[in-house]
Design a protein. Structure first.
Length: 61
């Protein structure tokens, strides 16, 4: 089942600030991704997944 960054962050009990720190990315980037206005690179998504102790799965179609 696919979950959003927001859902995974909430399930982990993390704030956006904590996730940004754990992933070593800007807080504004997390906010943009969660609001659907960001266009993160795969590298950024990998860092977020690692900070959330989640695996990253990408599908097309």
């Amino acid at each position: 089942m696919a979950v959003t960054v927001f859902q995974a962050r909430e399930a982990a009990g993390m704030s956006q600030k904590e996730l940004a720190g754990g992933a070593n990315i800007d807080l504004n980037t997390i906010s943009q991704i969660e609001s659907g206005t960001g266009n993160p690179s795969v590298k950024t998504l990998v860092r977020i997944a690692q900070a959330l102790n989640q695996s990253l799965s990408i599908s097309i179609g």
